[in-house]
Ligand binder design. Structure first.
Ligand SMILES: Cc1cc2nc3c(=O)[nH]c(=O)nc-3n(C[C@H](O)[C@H](O)[C@H](O)COP(=O)(O)OP(=O)(O)OC[C@H]3O[C@@H](n4cnc5c(N)ncnc54)[C@H](O)[C@@H]3O)c2cc1C
Length: 617
């Protein structure tokens, strides 16, 4: 009776959740149930089932599609029965009805390459000898772990699992490359980072601690302190005025860690009050110039938060972010941030070999966009559907997609829907847009003693700009030199204007930037040899740059901790669906070290789970 009830429930589930599949009648259900009992008896009496301490062996009968359907149901029944007799079998891995659906669909949909990956995964959890299928109790070796996303968090999770004894690890990556928001590409004299560029801090930063003796990092210096402030009438602020304004603005930063305690407003309100209060100590500064400077400074600060503006950033919540002591702008010399990921992967030094991915060789399936993740708390497994219809079964899924992807897709992406706490966190946390421009010149442009420059708009020029086709240039806040790349300038743009810029053809963006230079400089700006801009928002695999705690998240009392909580199986709390990625980190959100820690956190969760199981045997 238990089996019949189980079968009926599974069939009803299928009817409820897979409307595209033909409805199964009650007659069919009871026919299946009868056949199960018959086959069950035959198999048992014929001595077809054998078991030892950690494996169950079930005979495979060659059969037609329908018989195959029934046989697989029997496999489950027999495996369960045997498991009851075998106390060592804490968890039985077996087929259920949804896997039948998967098998059918896979035959139709999967490409040969994808099929072989699936088969590899399955082959690792089952051993087939002639005519016999052996299903093992899951262990670290056989548990099927699928990681969605091969960014920093995914790579960190996968490499830790593999180094800890997991063998059945697959990464599904929507892009045709690994790294996610770490994206180093060849450009000008060596490489540029389209995404993450610096290791932010030393003490308590897992990236710094991993590479501290490897001579991979170097200080960026004062590039982001020493820049020139240029007004839209081509006037360059004197060192004295610029330094006074910068020191007022920059000193708000260490101070705010104290000042924000108990502060109920936004970061924008706090910084605005503090800036004008502290500026009173420098009455010699022209207030118009100070306002122009502060407008620019707010854009610069928004780029650190990745917010559209600072009034949406939580003041108090901002304290949740921990700044690692030490140099906050350590760069990766002429190798880029990718060199750190390659270190994690234990890939060989040869940067050009695309098939050289060390521990992750043949473990990443590229162009594999996940559309749906069905997490089944009763059967304690997960089924993943890709954009091309391919279905993949797993025991554990670690989802590392960005907050932007979750915001856009979570309602369709998860079956059943995510719990309320996660939905609130997805809603409340924000992922803004920060984009970069790279211009390669024949030789260094701008006076050699300029480390960079920022744009201060005068009121009348700004009014004119806002009425022009170049209105979006208002959010381009500055251009700076790049370490190890003397011939390039790197510019920054934030917020809604960045999102607009992403929609424009590249040639038009360059034309606008050259217009901007002309507007601000007396010196002739040469046409760059090469130009690049990023489009982090337009790309559906990111939908933004990095996460910040919004005022709204505070209202909802939601945060990265809600995202990080695993969704577990009903029976024994086995982690089924886990979340990693920078947005899930309570203190280091928005960074690569946060992403790496979150990947390690989720890998450790699985390691702890399996070690706990072993110790109970
Ligand atoms: C312009 C910019 C500058 C930055 N600068 C710095 C910096 O200097 N220092 C720093 O520490 N951090 C910086 N960051 C932030 C840092 O890059 C990120 O915090 C970190 O890389 C995020 O890693 P992740 O693994 O959490 O997410 P991601 O890197 O986004 O990885 C998620 C992966 O999932 C894939 N994916 C998405 N949807 C699907 C799907 N449906 N199916 C399958 N795969 C999917 C994506 O393609 C991606 O590869 C910067 C980011 C940007 C954009």
């Amino acid at each position: 009776m238990t089996h019949i009830r189980w079968c009926t429930r599974q069939l009803l589930n299928i009817q409820c959740t897979h409307v595209a599949w033909p409805t199964l009648s009650h007659t069919l259900v009871s026919a299946i149930a009868t056949t199960i009992n018959t086959l069950d008896r035959i198999s048992t009496t014929a001595g077809g089932v054998s078991y030892d301490n950690d494996q169950v062996t079930v005979p495979i009968v060659s059969c037609s599609a329908n018989a195959d359907f029934i046989r697989r149901v029997c496999d489950k029944t027999l495996a369960k029965r045997t498991a009851n007799r075998n106390r060592a079998c804490k968890e039985i891995v077996s087929y259920d009805l949804s896997e039948i659906i998967r098998s059918k669909k896979k035959v139709h949909d999967a490409t040969d390459k994808n099929k072989s990956i699936c088969q590899r995964l399955e082959a690792k959890s089952t051993t087939t000898t002639s005519g016999q299928k052996t299903t093992k109790v899951k262990s670290m070796k056989s548990a099927r772990v699928v990681i969605i996303g091969a960014g920093a968090a995914g790579i960190a999770a996968a490499t830790k699992l593999l180094q800890s004894g997991f063998e059945n690890v697959l990464l599904l990556e929507a892009e045709n490359r690994y790294g996610g928001r770490v994206h180093t590409i060849p450009f000008a004299d060596n490489v540029v980072d389209l995404g993450a560029q610096w290791c932010h801090g030393e003490k308590g930063n897992v990236i710094f601690e991993t590479v501290r003796n490897l001579d991979m990092l170097q200080p960026t210096g004062d590039i982001y302190d020493d820049y020139k402030c240029v007004r839209s009438n081509k006037e360059v602020l004197s060192e004295t005025v610029a330094n006074t304004l910068k020191s007022v603005a920059f000193n708000l930063i260490p101070e705010r860690q104290e000042g924000l305690k108990g502060y109920e407003g936004s970061l924008g309100t706090y910084l605005t009050e503090a800036f004008w209060r502290d500026l009173q100590q420098s009455p010699e500064i022209d207030k118009t110039v100070a306002r122009e400077f502060f407008e620019n400074y707010k854009k610069f600060e928004s780029s650190i938060e990745a917010s559209d503006h600072l009034f949406e950033v939580s003041g108090q919540g901002h304290l949740e972010y921990w700044v690692c002591e030490g140099d906050l702008l350590l760069n990766w010399k002429d190798k880029g941030f990718r060199s750190f990921l390659r270190l994690l992967m234990q890939a060989k030094k040869d940067e050009t070999a695309t098939d050289n991915m060390g521990l992750l060789n043949k473990r990443i399936q590229f162009n594999a966009r996940v559309q749906n993740i069905e997490w089944r708390t009763k059967s304690a497994d997960v089924r993943i559907r890709l954009w091309n219809g391919e279905l993949i079964e797993a025991d554990h899924v670690i989802c590392t997609v960005s907050l932007g992807v979750l915001k856009e897709n979570h309602k369709e992406m998860f079956t059943p829907a995510l719990p309320l706490a996660k939905c609130r966190a997805i809603d409340g946390l924000k992922l803004g847009t920060v984009d970069k421009f790279f211009l390669e010149f024949t030789e260094p442009f701008a006076p050699v003693d300029w480390s960079g420059f920022c744009f201060l708009w005068r009121d009348d020029d700004l009014a004119e700009l806002r009425n022009s086709e170049y209105f979006w240039l208002e959010s381009v806040f500055g251009f700076y030199r790049v370490s190890c790349q003397p011939r390039i300038l790197q510019g920054w743009i934030i917020g809604p204007h960045a999102r607009h810029m992403e929609t424009l053809p590249e040639a038009e963006v360059l034309k606008a930037l050259l217009w901007l230079f002309k507007k601000f400089f007396t010196l002739e700006v040469p046409r760059p040899l090469r130009f690049l801009r990023t489009r982090w928002y337009t790309n559906p695999n990111f939908r933004g740059s990095y996460t910040f705690r919004s005022v709204y998240a505070d209202e909802l009392r939601a945060g990265g901790w809600d995202l990080a909580a695993p969704l577990t199986a009903d029976s024994d709390g086995k982690p089924l669906l886990q979340f990693a990625g920078e947005a899930t980190h309570t203190h280091f959100y928005s960074t690569v070290h946060g992403a790496v820690e979150s990947g390690w956190r989720e890998a450790q969760r699985l390691i702890t789970y399996y070690l706990g199981r072993t110790s109970q045997l």
